[in-house]
Structures are given as C-alpha cells and as structure tokens.
Design a protein around this ligand. Structure first.
Ligand code: SME
Length: 152
C-alpha cells in the first residue's frame, strides 16, 4: 500500500511548530519518511557549509555512511547543490557522477531545500528498489523541502 503523503505532510507541519531544534526536526522527518515509505531505505539531509564549497551530512536514518562531506558538484548530491534542481537516478549503475554509499542502493532521489531561492540544504533518499520513484515522490518531497525551508 502506498503511503498517505497528505498525512505525512501534516506530521511534518507539527514537527516544524514544535519548538524543537532544527536538528531534531530534520531527524524526526528522516525517521517519519523512512518508516512510512516502503521504497525509502536511507533518508538524510546534507547542509551547505558556510563557505558554500561542500555539503556536510546532517541528520539521517539508515546505515552510517563514510560520505560525511561532499564537494559541491560531486556525486548526485553535489550536482543538486550546483543546479538547485531535484534529481532522480532510477539506476545508479548508469550514473557517471555518483558516489556509492552501499552496494544495496539501486536508485536515489535528491531534492533541494531553497531559502529565498538560495540553496541551503537537500534531502537525499536511497532506495534498494530499482526505478521506484514517480511524480508522487517528486511532488511530495518538493512539498517537504518547501515546508522545511522555514527552519533555515
Ligand atoms: N550517493 C550520493 C552520496 C551520498 S550517499 O547516498 C548517502 C551521491 O552520489 O552524491
């Protein structure tokens, strides 16, 4: 059964108004998404560092990754930091500019968090399923990132 995205968005609204720290809000969002969407196996946030040259791993759920810093432009995450545009890779073996975290990962979606049109962070989701992402994921995760931009 597919997830109730409307309900998940309401829960994210409640995290945002909770008064908790940004780290806690992002971590709660990671847990919510990973626990409720079957094809989301690793969910994490990368935040743009102060000098804007690299991404720093923030809250995440799933297997620990050694990629705690990613230069802007490198990998799928770095490409999105540069383009400020959502990117879907339905088959990571076909992506030339890709940083592998785990051999289990087959596909990935990365969605930017924009604050007044400036890139500040992104949500990165890895899936163990082949070609799982649809327009529903695009619309849902774009809404998630729009909502979260208020805490940056
Ligand atoms: N695959 C990403 C690296 C981050 S891990 O998926 C957690 C990339 O190509 O940028």
């Amino acid at each position: 059964m597919s997830a109730d995205y409307t309900q998940l968005l309401k829960e994210i609204d409640s995290f945002i108004v909770s008064g908790e720290s940004r780290t806690d809000i992002l971590f709660n969002t990671c847990k919510l998404l990973r626990n409720n969407v079957y094809h989301y196996d690793w969910v994490g946030f990368y935040l743009l560092d102060e000098n804007q040259s690299k991404l720093i791993l923030g809250p995440f759920t799933g297997k620990p990754t050694e990629h705690t810093e990613i230069p802007v432009g490198k990998g799928v995450c770095g490409q999105v930091a540069e383009s400020k545009k959502l990117k879907i890779v339905q088959d990571v073996s076909q992506e030339g500019n890709y940083i592998a975290c785990s051999l289990d990962v087959q596909s990935e979606i990365v969605v930017p968090v924009l604050k007044y049109d400036k890139f500040v962070a992104e949500i990165d989701i890895d899936s163990h399923s082949p070609s799982p992402f649809t327009i529903n994921d695009e619309n849902f995760l774009t809404s998630v990132c729009q909502k979260l931009s208020i805490i940056f």
